[in-house]
Design a protein around this ligand. Structure first.
Ligand SMILES: *Cc1c(COP(=O)(O)O)cnc(C)c1O
Length: 349
């Protein structure tokens, strides 16, 4: 059986959260003499005041559009904050470990290392799917978290849904499913499964399909008990007022824009893939369910440098497991993509 209390670090279980001024009184009306703020609102946007530590307005709006409750939502300073918090909540430094499946997003390992938490690596198979047997064999008594990224970065593909569900059911620890790119995929999100799995944490972000990487806003969906833990250990005012304002406006009005943009990006991706496949030095384009794709070329390092000389920046992933001679290319605007194709065709590598 899954036992949250047994899984949490003792110090985290016993901690009493810092109680901020806005914790102790959360009403909106009144004369606020409780938080040592400057009373003069020069901005006329209440920027002299601390923001809501629990971002209730935004979470309530998000809960309306998703089938989750507001208290199943955590908001962080990017997904990166949620990744750090989940590791800190469950993994005892120097004792516990997490499992990641390279090639994958780099922050899981970096966050674990910052927290002095051991990282076990179980590579994806050659076709970038989960090696279930190897994964289950790697689990030991100190394995607290398995990170699954789908669609995966940098490979771009979705991992098999049936396999993901099996892992969530079998593993007694926490499964973090990073769905940063799910808006671009045909596969459905597992958000609907949240209530069936007390060990599931799903990560989303405003940085990709929502087009708001600059405001730094990441989302974690999980059981109420897990979200309570995150709330207890996060910095009190981790989401600032400007970010909240942009996100609220975006959730209210921009959903249609998001869907249209995703469509445009996917159309552009198809066009790019077609054009790229006719280029001589392109060996293989990996299947992509995201807004980027991984392409294997004859000489990735050389191509990367040549593109930079032409002012086009891609990501060289050649040094990553299973990504030898691969560049990761993000889909741009039509003009940007045209320039990329033209440049590639002119290059003589
Ligand atoms: C881009 C990305 C994120 C988003 O990170 P933020 O901190 O929210 O910008 C999360 N996971 C993966 C796999 C990503 O590629």
């Amino acid at each position: 059986m899954f036992d949250l209390n047994n899984l949490l670090r003792n110090n985290i279980k016993n901690i009493v959260a810092y109680s901020s001024a806005r914790d102790e009184f959360s009403g909106k009306e009144g004369i606020f003499l409780d938080a040592n703020e400057n009373p003069f609102d020069k901005s006329h946007e209440r920027l002299n005041r601390y923001p809501d530590p629990y971002q209730r307005e935004l979470k309530n709006k998000m809960a309306l559009t998703k089938k989750v409750k507001a208290d199943q939502i955590f908001l962080g300073n990017g997904s990166d904050e949620a990744i750090d918090l989940v590791i800190r909540a469950f993994c005892n430094p120097g004792i516990d470990n997490i499992i990641i499946m390279p090639p994958t997003y780099g922050m899981y390992e970096v966050s674990a290392k910052i927290n002095d938490v051991k990282v076990k690596k179980v590579n994806l198979t050659q076709d970038f799917q989960i090696n279930t047997n190897a994964l289950m064999e790697a689990v030991d008594a100190h394995t607290k978290i398995i990170f699954i990224c789908s669609p995966n970065n940098p490979t771009g593909n979705c991992l098999d849904t049936f396999t993901i569900k099996k892992i969530i059911e079998k593993f007694r620890g926490i499964v973090v499913l990073d769905e940063a790119y799910i808006d671009f995929a045909e596969n459905k999100s597992l958000l609907n499964e949240l209530n069936n799995h007390p060990n599931l944490v799903i990560l989303r972000t405003f940085s990709k399909a929502w087009g708001l990487a600059g405001i730094r806003l990441g989302v974690a969906y999980a059981s109420r008990s897990i979200i309570e833990v995150f709330n207890k250990i996060k910095p009190p005012y981790n989401i600032n007022s400007l970010t909240l304002e942009k996100a609220i406006a975006s959730v209210e009005k921009k959903k249609e824009d998001k869907i249209k943009e995703v469509e445009k990006i996917l159309n552009e991706k198809e066009r790019l893939l077609k054009q790229l496949s006719s280029i001589g030095f392109v060996q293989h384009i990996h299947k992509s369910d995201a807004n980027f794709f991984l392409v294997k070329v004859n000489d990735a390092k050389e191509l990367y440098q040549s593109l930079i000389r032409k002012g086009i920046i891609t990501r060289n992933r050649s040094n990553v497991e299973l990504c030898e001679n691969c560049l990761r290319i993000t889909v741009g605007t039509k003009d940007e993509n045209n320039l990329l194709i033209k440049t590639l065709k002119e290059l003589n590598i």
